[in-house]
Design a protein. Sequence first.
Lengths: 243, 337, 291
Amino acid sequence: MSLLEISALTKRFGGVIAVDGCSLSVADRSITGLIGPNGSGKTTVFNLVTGFIPRDSGEVRFKSRPIAGLGPDRIYGLGIGRTFQLARIFPRLTALENMLVPVRRAGLRAVLSHGQWRHERERAMEMLDFVEIAHVAGTLGGALSYGQRKLLELAAVMMAAPELVLLDEPAGGVNPALLERISEHIRKLNRQGVTFLLVEHNMSFVMNLCDEVVVLHQGKAIASGKPKAVRENPAVLDAYLGT
Amino acid sequence: MRGNFLPRVRWRVGRGPLKLVGLLGLAIAALLLPFVAPDPATTNIAVFTVMYIGLATAWNIMGGYTGYISLGHAAFFGFGAYGLGLMLVHLNITPGYAPFVLVPVAGLLSALLAVGIGWIALRTRAATFVIVTIAFMFMMQLLAENLVKVTGGGGGLGLPYSHDWGGDFFNTPYYYAMLLLAVLGLFVSWWIRRSKFGLGLLAIRDDEDKALAVGVPTRAFKLTAFVISAALVGMIGGVYAYYVTYIYPQFVFDPLIGISMVLMAFLGGLGTLSGPVIGAVLLEPAQLEFAYRLGASRLYLVFYSAVFLLVILLLPRGIVPSAAELLNRRRARTVVS
Amino acid sequence: MTLVLEAAALGILTGGVYALMASGLTLIFGVMRIINVGQGALVILGAYLSFAFFRSWHLDPLLTLVITMPLMFGLGVILQIVFIRPLKTDREALSVLVTYALALGIEGALGYVFTTNYVQLRAWYETASFAVFGFHITYVYVFGFLLCIAILGALFLVLYRTSFGGALRATMLNRTAAQLIGVDVDRVSAIAFGIGVATAAAGGVVFGITNAFNPGSHYDLISRLLTIIVLGGLGSLRGAIIAALIMLVTEDITAVVISPVWATFVFFVILVVVLIFRPQGLFGVRVRDRI
């Protein structure tokens, strides 16, 4: 069963067609990699799915429900989380506060609830512990190292228990040791039932981690399947080497 | 440990019982002031100082927490002032304590105005927002001037006032009304700061798109903060109108009132609870004194401008955060040695 | 009908002056991402400088520009270096406050030196008029318009035909990238601020001949100028010019068709309507940083 279903999605920026009738699906409980040469529209697909930019045409379904047209906050509330390239966190909030910002289906009462939110704080500390940065819980986001920010961003997105998480270059700018930790965290979360769709340029990372790979070229999905099969697909080689 | 995840906690000077005693002392001093120093010249300064504590605190809920700088909050001040004034005139309210009951209605009117202004102004991001709020303030000023049949236009609007209150007592009811509103503002600000809503506002200040990505309904949050802030300012404007008894469009929809609350919040420390209070207590008496002594020559504007520039260039983060940092550093040093 | 056409013609002529003042403002925003709330006060300062020369040396107001424009350019460069450059964090918000403070300081100083009584610059072309197609048009509006066209033309020449203009436009497009290709962004910013302030001097003269003014006049002026650049789209020169013309024509037509007291109000109404449909203004680019 597929959790996310994208069909004939199209987006133009002026005269440039960034995403051109792209169709792909993400299987429930999979780790799916979205790869393709630079400028093939990967990040634009992310921005379309998460509601950051409006689509021109096409459909996006999450658990069979159409979500295109909803705002990013609503889409997060439905259970789709995302991270950004270069790790974005709130620099003037502490790591722990960063963890407490995510809101899921916040009713008025939850929003105005006052005090320490003991339960949420415990969960936040657990998550920080899980990604092994609990010791910096009281540090301002802006004072964290790049690696710590990457981990914090991942942990914070998980706070609202999303079913699908889109990761934009989780391996970007990360040293090999940290890379290993990040893939381990993703695998563990995946075993707990979280589905991942990730954009990544580091091929060995993708091939090791992903169950499924979708190749994007000039705004279209040109191939998909098991990593090994995709790697040997001649159309993919053409796309990467240039036609 | 109490609230160790809020970074502002580190900026509070003093802890536990000491802080409680300090706050209690301040509260008693504020309550007893009209009895200790009853002469009208002093209580007049007190009324305006407490008024600005309320205004700066209310402004801070929007400007400090979300980072959206409104330079047009005088629009809500003036709207509340005219709202109360017109109600008193048209509903034939007997002057005395009854008009104070209508102050929340003036706040409600300002809140409604803020829904409209916010709906439009908050479609834009920070830089444009500043300008749009200024534009709206001038729009309100023009409306008050042009709708002569309703507002009395540039000739101003006279409010009924109580003949029973005289001498040393005249300022007292207004002082307590302003004090009540300032305390209300501080309470609301404190509540928001510790709520999920407040954390969302701070997240918007830091990175609005990221906040959206983790489910913060940014538009609703910004608008709510804007409306709460405007309601408080509108109520204060209402009490102000009743206090001065005669209001003119250019003196309630006054850009200087709008900028003063901003400067006070900045001087004390943006986004802190005590910052706006400290800013108002330091600046407003000085401003009144200078306006009184140098008013005719307009030199007080130069003084004001100089203070402003010094604050921003030397203390861009404000007194409270800078002082707290200094204190923390010293504490850290003693721990190390 | 003739009245409306006459009002429209007048709107275009005065619109030129506002286009000049607003283009200085939008240029400063484009290069530095700061809003110079002091632009209105600087226009008034320019008008008073001309007034001072006019009063003591009996110079023709338009001729005083030869002195006041370089003076104001220098002042702008100094202001940028002393007050804008030190702002490192939160520049957008802090710069608004700094320039607001400068406006208050200028207002106070002018009030001290010149008192708050209204004054006006006088010249023969202020009242003399000529007739075209039955309209009477005062020379000052035509001179002012021509002056503004000349200065705007010079500005566009500098922007599009000189290497400095290239550096300036590069800075407007992307500050960091400009720095990477070797543009001295600090220097470009200071000069751009100087140019912006110099346009205020030119605008000030024409404003001072066509209006009576006092030190407090800058509030009215800045609220109009800010409205114009938001309507045109922040940072867009073309937008500022077109918005200025739209605004002033509408204002002058409203003044004859409805009533002068509502003229300025309509100005703001246009802004509100445009913002509802195009929050980024007529020629602005929608900003959504870094997604």
